[in-house]
Design a protein around this ligand. Structure first.
Ligand code: CTP
Length: 395
């Protein structure tokens, strides 16, 4: 992110208060400037000094305190914020704001700000599921407040159920997504595939390839940050799915074929970063293949070429493929662009950039223009450049 952004964090009085210190620390690492407003109840749990130390800014607690500088605090903080995050949000805070009550520094700041407000509730299950609270949440959603829903788990009161503050990582992802400047994919539906597929041999064995899924997941995240509705069809991968993306897990090439062809019609942009297994064993053995005295030969047959099928189905979609090549990079990639009826193909030389790396060096070939040679860069930046090119923001 180019410009340093400011997040005003409103901390309410709930036992999850102590987790906010981790959230601040994670956001500071991402170069975000943090100001904290604590409600009076929050100061009963943790001293403002902890938040002051962590945020490296003075913590505001009281509207009527002697000002440290001449500015009206709730207005200046409301204006400073690129986003506000209320965490943990209590039933009391939600109830007040949804009814237009502004009786302390936090609620007046929320009322005054034009920045997006993210609300991460945490409370006892009974309180969270209470219909009055749910009505208040629904009302705030209508007014543009965004909620980071609590998780299920063991709560501080000893109950088990919904009401646990969302994960620190999830909360930070939501904030970073909100702060992202480019929103040029708003209203667009993006379908991305990632990872390898597998071809099972018997109940215990399969063949696959070395794809980690990193490139596809980076594309899905970039698209979501830019405002798209994203469906990510992923083969087996250990990567955490990006926040706000619909994930469809698949295993075989056939599974991926079914998932992708069924969602293709609704998509505006389709990016096939997956390393699809081209062949599968001619027969799958239901029983485990036992070791014999002779060698083992397995006959393979061709599986679906998903991208080729999409090229045939294509109506208005922008279709993007990947080409991982060990030789004749541009010729092979150009051949795939034409054969599979693509608009773009991202070519990379696997002898130079291996699998599961964080960086990638690619050349992007276009149906209507010269190839674009990119330097080696983080996969997330490759994803950013790719969308810039697709959306013609870059020549
Ligand atoms: N692809 C696909 N289905 C396949 C094979 C590939 O959808 N069965 C897609 C990949 O997701 C990628 C593009 O086609 O976007 C090119 O994949 P690649 O493996 O480089 O090419 P292949 O067509 O499989 O040709 P080859 O393996 O001979 O290079």
């Amino acid at each position: 992110m180019e410009n340093k952004k400011t997040v005003v964090i409103g901390v309410c009085g709930g036992i999850a208060v102590y987790k906010v210190l981790d959230i601040i620390s994670a956001l500071k690492k991402k170069n975000v400037n943090i100001h904290v407003i604590m409600t009076e109840a929050a100061t009963e749990f943790v001293s403002p000094l902890s938040f002051q130390t962590m945020s490296q800014n003075l913590v505001s607690t009281d509207m009527f305190v002697e000002p440290k500088a001449w500015e009206i605090q709730h207005i200046s903080l409301a204006q400073k914020a690129d986003a506000m995050l209320i965490v943990p949000a209590t039933a009391n805070f939600i109830g007040k704001v949804s009814n237009g009550i502004a009786d302390d520094l936090l609620t007046t700041t929320v009322m005054a700000t034009k920045a997006p407000v993210l609300v991460a509730p945490a409370m006892n299950t009974g309180m969270y599921t209470n219909s009055i609270l749910q009505e208040n949440i629904a009302r705030l959603r209508v007014h543009g407040f965004k909620f980071i829903d609590p998780a299920e788990g063991r709560l501080a009161c000893g109950d088990t159920g919904i009401g646990k503050l969302a994960d620190t990582e999830e909360i930070c992802d939501c904030v970073m997504k909100e702060l992202y400047d480019i929103k040029d994919l708003k209203g667009k539906k993006v379908l991305v595939t990632a990872g390898p597929t597998i071809a099972p041999i018997d109940p215990v064995r399969y063949i696959t390839n070395r794809s980690s899924g990193k490139m596809g997941y980076a594309i899905a995240e970039e698209a979501a940050y830019r405002g798209a509705e994203v469906v990510l069809v992923s083969g087996p991968s250990h990567i955490k799915p990006p926040y706000g993306v619909e994930l469809i897990n698949v295993k075989t090439t056939g599974d991926m074929y079914n998932a992708v062809t069924s969602r293709f019609g609704e998509a505006d942009i389709v990016i096939k970063a997956a390393a699809v297994a081209d062949y599968k064993p001619k027969t799958y053995s239901d029983a485990k293949i036992k070791k014999a005295s002779s060698d083992l030969a397995i006959e393979f047959v061709k599986d679906f070429d998903i991208l080729k099928k999409l090229g045939e189905m294509k109506t208005n979609q922008i279709l993007v493929g990947f080409a991982a090549e060990s030789h004749d990079l541009l010729e092979n990639a150009q051949g795939k662009l034409e054969k599979k009826n693509l608009d773009y193909i991202v070519a990379n030389d696997i002898t130079k950039t291996g699998f599961a790396t964080d960086d990638n060096k690619v050349t992007i070939l276009r149906r209507d223009g010269d190839p674009i040679y990119l330097e080696s860069m983080a996969k997330r930046n490759v994803a950013r450049e790719l969308f810039n090119i697709i959306l013609k923001n870059r020549e």
